[in-house]
Ligand binder design. Structure first.
Ligand code: GRF
Length: 201
């Protein structure tokens, strides 16, 4: 079975969608660990409820490293944890920390992300708001591989979402999240089948 590490910083609704898909046997994988950088994240509660092991490493934790790049020190710990947990695939689900090339190289081709726009449109941390304020008639959701270029890795799955005249920012957010929850588990499953083939036998 493929071992996933899901990275979250906040609500964790995509994490929940992944847990539900695993429970329903729609996604053939195990959530081996949830990595979190925010002690207040609701995602932690979801993990506890489902008995998923949690690794909480806050952004300001003293990692026992007094010299060098603190981001790399943070990521070195992450890499070690993922190896110990025998993780096959890193799944970013609202993780609000940009990973450095060090981490991306260590997990090259095995990091996925979900982004709330129809990439390449509206990259960045405020994609839903940016699309709404731009007054576009449609935006969307994209599951993609993570590379060094932020929100620009190879696209795995995309779906468009119409913005109606009646939409508020909140209603658009809801629509987008609903689609994310549908396509992310599917995209992960498809990626496992196509690119990690054999590990599920
Ligand atoms: C989602 O909109 C996702 O596209 C973006 O961050 C948000 C996370 O939401 N990367 P949640 O924590 O999964 O509810």
């Amino acid at each position: 079975m493929v071992n996933l590490a899901v990275f979250c910083s906040g609500n964790g609704s995509n994490f929940q969608a992944i847990l539900d898909a695993v429970r329903r046997n729609k996604l053939k994988a195990t959530v081996a660990v949830m990595i979190c950088d925010n002690p207040k994240a609701y995602a932690l509660r979801r993990a506890r409820r489902h008995g998923v092991p949690i690794v909480l490493i806050g952004r300001d934790a003293p990692w026992g490293v007094s010299t060098g790049d603190p981001r790399k020190a943070y990521e070195k710990i992450l890499v070690r944890i993922l190896r110990n947990q025998r993780v096959d695939l890193v799944v970013l689900a609202g993780f609000m920390r940009i990973l450095t090339p060090y981490f991306i190289r260590a997990w090259r081709g095995r990091i996925l992300n979900i982004h709330p726009s129809y990439l390449p449109a509206f990259k960045g941390a405020h994609a839903i708001r940016d699309a709404f304020e731009a007054g576009v008639k449609e935006t969307g959701v994209t599951a993609h591989l993570v590379t060094e270029a932020v929100d620009a890795g190879p696209i795995l799955m995309q779906e468009k979402v119409k913005v109606s005249q009646k939409d508020s920012l909140e209603s658009l957010e809801k629509k987008i999240h609903r689609i994310e929850h549908q396509i992310y588990p599917k995209a992960i499953g498809q990626f496992i089948k196509n690119s990690l083939g054999g590990r599920n036998k």
